[in-house]
Design a protein around this ligand. Structure first.
Ligand SMILES: [Mn+2]
Length: 466
């Protein structure tokens, strides 16, 4: 990119100097940026409509305002500036445009109507940003929202939207990205967009997030397609990392293998910073500096997740960098693996994340023997067993929710012994099904012998491996 500007700030900086080019710019509909070129492809509009209808069904009378993410203008943090849409906004619209707003009017009977506002196309800006979606037929086709208008009109339209369909006097639900002007995320921020709606609503202003969290817990067909691919990509990266890791490499070299494997397969970005922690770093839960030179005898915890089409995987494997576990490492590894398997075996509709964690801990208490000096190793299992997985790595939804088919959770026990520089975590992604569960990340070697076998099978000649 140009070194001193990013995104739309370029246009403002250059306006009036050299934008003669724009006259020749063709507004090509085929390249508009709704989700153009995304490896995951678009979300089917009928599924977007079903999500919006399900949301309406949860609400009483009132108005919903969902704001898209904004482009970053902070050039001081340009290394982290690529645009990513707000999860809730993407979930409901499939649109990647910044500066957009989705407004819904709920009629109190489970129905209502939606209107999408997206920025008008500006040819002079598109020379810098690429083609935009713009209000029009393409946005209608992409989202299934029949009424798409220019974003500049949304505030002026507020009175009409409130009056329509019983919106006036009802509640106002505010969701999506927090505006830049608000220090605190949530419904309490009355900026120029929300205030006119709040003034006309009946006084109740509530965050939309909890309503959407209940929906996002249950993955629909397109969400599962994306998650399966994110997980398949991550499993492939785990296998490549196992095949190439060796003493003398730095943790970042393993990270590079992993993230190259992600990108080669169409992952847009990491779902979270890749954790490659060797030796003492294997006992640091969120270690992601990945700077240490790995040494013979180290265990390496690789906790990684590709993001594909806005959905992330989260898969952890722990490997011996030499390709062979020591007896001590193997004992701890097999205890963690057994605890994980006990919990996975118990994943089925009707149970809870809390119950699964108890099962994993009970397994450790019953099987620790002398591994942790007489007491149970579960006192060194210092984090929770599970979290929801989806658009966010720690996805939305109450942890007290009873499991139902269509939910995706992680199962990730660990034991961390800093005094021995010995940490083991094993994590898989599990879909709840009517019959019980499906381990979506099952293709990543998990038994100690399988890990060792792959590491030796994948071993390149010593010279290539360093
Ligand atoms: Mn996790």
């Amino acid at each position: 990119m140009e070194p001193r500007c990013a995104g739309r700030s370029c246009v403002r900086a250059r306006t009036g100097t050299a934008l003669v080019l724009s006259a020749a710019l063709v507004l090509s509909a085929g390249q508009a940026s709704g989700q153009a070129g995304s490896p995951a492809g678009p979300v089917p509009p009928q599924l977007l409509a079903a999500r919006r209808a399900a949301l309406m069904g949860r609400l009483g009378t009132g108005v919903v305002v969902v704001r898209s993410a904004e482009e970053r203008e902070d050039e001081a943090h340009a290394q982290d500036s690529s645009f990513r849409q707000d999860d809730d906004f993407f979930y409901l619209t499939g649109v990647e445009e910044a500066g957009s707003v989705l407004v819904g009017v709920a009629d109190g009977a489970g129905g209502g109507r939606w209107r999408l506002y997206v920025p008008e196309r500006v040819p002079a800006q598109e020379q810098w940003t690429g083609a935009r979606l713009g209000p029009g037929a393409e946005a209608v086709a992409l989202t299934g929202v029949a009424d798409v208008r220019a974003a500049a009109r949304v505030v002026a339209d507020a009175p009409e939207l409130l009056a329509a369909g019983g919106g006036a006097g009802g509640a106002l639900w505010v969701g999506g990205a927090a505006p830049r002007s608000c220090a605190v995320r949530g419904a309490g921020c009355m900026d120029a967009l929300v205030a006119p709606f709040a003034a006309g609503a009946g006084g109740t202003v509530a965050p939309l997030g909890p309503q959407l969290a209940g929906l996002r817990l249950m993955k629909d067909a397109d969400e599962l397609r994306r998650m399966r691919q994110a997980i398949a990509i991550t499993v492939a990266a785990q296998r490549e990392a196992m095949g190439s890791a060796a003493p003398g490499q730095h943790e970042y070299e393993v990270e590079a293998v992993i993230e190259a494997a992600f990108r080669r397969r169409g992952a847009e970005r990491v779902g979270f910073p890749s954790i490659v922690g060797s030796g003492p770093n294997s006992t640091v839960l969120h270690y992601d500096a990945n700077r240490r030179e790995m040494r013979s005898g180290d265990l390496v915890v690789m906790d990684i997740g590709a993001e594909y089409g806005y959905y992330t995987a989260d898969v952890t494997r722990t490997i011996p960098v030499t390709g062979r576990f020591t007896g001590r490492q193997r004992a701890v590894y097999d205890l963690v693996l057994g605890a994980q398997q006990a919990a996975i075996d118990s994943v089925r509709p009707g149970t809870t994340l809390g119950r699964l964690e108890l099962i994993a801990r009970e397994y450790m208490r019953a099987n620790s023997g002398t591994i942790c000096g007489g007491g149970s190793c579960d006192r060194f299992f210092i984090h929770g067993l599970s979290h929801w997985l989806g658009m966010d790595v720690h996805d939305v939804g109450s942890y007290a929710t009873t499991l139902q088919p269509g939910m995706v959770l992680t199962v990730e026990p660990g034991v961390y012994l800093p005094g021995e520089s010995l940490g083991v975590r094993i994590e898989d992604d599990v879909l709840v099904t009517a019959a019980g569960h499906e381990v979506l990340s099952a293709e990543a070697p998990r038994q100690a012998a399988e890990v060792e076998q792959l590491m030796h099978a994948g071993a390149a000649p010593a010279a290539a491996k360093r």
